[in-house]
Write a protein that binds this ligand. Structure first.
Ligand code: PAF
Length: 289
């Protein structure tokens, strides 16, 4: 079955209704396009859970701040479609901004509290409201059995789990392991902003997270580990560091001394035009619990 692309909610729903009538299980992989092997791995995981896989491609304006890269964000639909076709995906949903936010649109979805004010929420005010708004819409438009999100955007995954539980959206939210390049750099659409010399520096983030994690699991005090990590990241050429923090893997509460429960170390730092993020599990990985 080759890839079909639809651009309207009506056509998406018609395809889904047809599959439902045949009793097929459906997975949705929401993306903003500029697809890479990390996304392909999400579609493979989707396939393990479903008979039909939908990938949505929509660069959502409401999750970008006024000075962020919304207009510069890479839009590569024909290449994306080819990649999805090769990956065996059945349906690509690529709506326009007007289809998603028609005239008169006035509804917000916001997850309150500690989970959205920290990490990327602190550095990107309003970002998670935009993510919650668009993902709520995508889940309700497609009504799949499950939806797959990468753990690279770990905070996003936790926010999505929160509002889908709170709003009783009957879709299983599945987290997928971070895919890395051979040198450890977490795959990201934003990696294409890196120059050759920046690309050589970029794996520093993964290396620093790895060495802090190796010490933190032994119960070493975090303060000195994080200070050394910051130094290594800055001296590699990143500037500024938005955050380098260890947090509870589920509540995202800050952990500042020793790690005694499932936790996650998070980093966001700028390298040239790119703002890169990454994270590692410390102690058992409970992200899919
Ligand atoms: O992770 C992303 O690509 C986006 O935030 C998402 C989940 C597709 C919502 O626009």
């Amino acid at each position: 079955m080759s890839l079909t692309t639809v651009h309207t909610v009506a056509d998406l729903r018609a395809a889904v209704a047809d599959w439902r009538a045949k009793g097929l299980r459906i997975a949705l992989v929401p993306t903003m396009g500029a697809l890479h092997d990390g996304h392909v791995s999400l579609t493979k995981l989707a396939r393990e859970h479903a008979d039909r896989v939908i990938v949505s491609i929509f660069v959502n304006p409401t999750q970008f701040g006024p000075n962020e890269d919304f207009s510069a964000y890479p839009r590569t639909l024909p290449t994306d479609q080819k990649l999805l076709d090769e990956a065996g995906v059945e349906l690509c949903f690529a709506p326009s901004v007007d289809e998603m936010y028609p005239d008169g649109f006035a509804t917000k979805v916001a997850v309150d509290g500690a989970m959205t004010n920290v990490l990327c929420g602190a550095a990107r005010p309003g970002h998670f409201d935009g993510v919650a708004q668009v993902v709520t819409k995508l889940l309700l438009q497609a009504m799949p059995d499950c939806a797959i999100f990468g753990q690279k955007d770990y905070q996003q995954l936790m926010v999505i789990r929160r509002f889908s539980a709170d709003l009783n959206i009957p879709v299983k939210i599945i987290g997928a392991k971070i895919q890395r390049e051979a040198d450890g750099l977490a795959m990201s659409s934003r990696n294409r902003y890196l120059t050759t010399s920046e690309r050589a520096i970029a794996p520093t983030l993964n290396r620093v997270l790895g060495s802090i994690t190796a010490e933190a699991v032994k119960g070493t005090e975090l303060g000195p580990l994080l200070a050394k990590g910051r130094e290594d990241i800055l001296s590699a050429g990143f500037d500024p560091i938005d955050y380098l923090e260890v947090r509870d893997a589920q509540t995202l509460e800050l952990i500042s001394d020793k790690v005694e429960k499932p936790a996650r170390i998070f980093v966001a730092a700028r390298l040239g035009k790119a703002r890169l993020i990454d994270n590692h599990a410390i102690n058992p990985d409970v992200s899919d619990a």
